[in-house]
Each structure stands twice: as structure tokens, then as C-alpha cells.
Write a protein that binds this ligand. Sequence first.
Ligand SMILES: [Zn+2]
Length: 233
Amino acid sequence: MIIMVQGIEIEVLKKQIKNLHLSVLPPNGAVRISVPATVSDESIRLFAVSKISWIKEQQNKFKTQLRHNEREYVSGETLFIWGKQHYLKVEYSNKGNGFEIQGETAVLTVRKESSARQRENYVHEVLRGYLKTEITRLLPIWEAKTGLNCKRWQTKYMKTHWGSYSKKTGSISFNLQLAKKPVDCLEYIIVHELGHIQHRNHGKGFIEYMDKYLAYWRETKDKLNGLTLDFIE
Ligand SMILES: [Zn+2]
């Protein structure tokens, strides 16, 4: 369910929980409220109205961060790959693009007149390659451990989710940006999304499943969602 409060779109998820839980999510400040199934729509609206100034404040923070994060793909910028920071060194060539990691440096070869967007698209394709290699390595290991198998998977550039599972297609989607995070974050998403093959939501059964297979999943989740601003009533 989506509600509108003072021009702000809020996604409402009814769950088996005890308290209302409000989140403003990176990178764009999407707003989500998780609510116990018994709470009335009017109470949800009143709750949202009471938090509206806090929501706007968080959204402004994200807007500022986004501006700071806009990249031009020029020498000296930093780029994270598997959790490690690399300094970008841009070289020019008309003989095709290239990308190579040399210690702390990531050498990006592009046409001199290429736009930031074109360079970004190319870097994303490189990251996609890295991510696919790791998923191909790790997914079968976790499928064997958990006994849960996905029919197919894909990598996608997503703005609000690190991963998702579609029951309809039996397919897991992995966020392209996972290639920027430490590899244990990818592992957490793999185990998490495989878990959704058996568990629809994040209830007791799901938590037990996560505890069984990844003892440190909470820490990894926090690391991954370092930018998530949560408010617990
Ligand atoms: Zn989930």
C-alpha cells in the first residue's frame, strides 16, 4: 500500500511485528513504514504526519550526499571494488575501452571525448563482470549448503534493493553495486535471497534460517546498510 503525506509517497508494509518502524532509504530517500497487521490506516497516517519533519530532514541528507557522489570518471576520483578503495587513473585511447586494477590504482582507458555517462556505463559493465564471476563461484556453494536452488539469476542496477527474489519467475536479482562492497556482503545477499525461496517474509522461520547458515548475518547486514537511517518507535 502506498500513502501520500504532504506530497511524500510512503510505502506501507503490513508485517507480523509489534511496533511501527519507519525507514528513509538510500540512495533517494524512499520512505517505508512497516506496521503490525492490526494497525488502522488512520493510525498509520497520523504516525507518518507526526514524523514528517524528520522524514524531510533525512531526505535532504540523501540529496546532499547524492550531489557529493556525482562522479565524472576523471583521474583522482576513488572507486570501491569489493570493499577496497582504488584511485582512478584515466588514460585515453581510440582503440577501445579498458579497465585494469594495479594495486591501489584502477586504470580506466576511454576515448578522450567520452562523456561521464559513457564512462560510467563502461565501469558498470566491468563491475557487472566482476559480480557475475563471484556469483557464479558462490551461489552453487550456498545452494548446496542450504538445499535451496534458484531457477535463474541476473544482475541489475537497482536503487533501493541489494537483492530481490521473484517467486513468479524463481529468479534472484543482484544489485550491480554489490561489486563495490566487501564480498561477504554479496554472500549475505545470496543466503538472504535463497531464503526467500522457502520463506516469503522476514518472520521467525526466516530468522532461524539466517542464524543457521550465517552466524554473523546481522553485522554484515548493518555494514551493507550503513547508509540506511532507521527510526524505531
Ligand atoms: Zn528479504
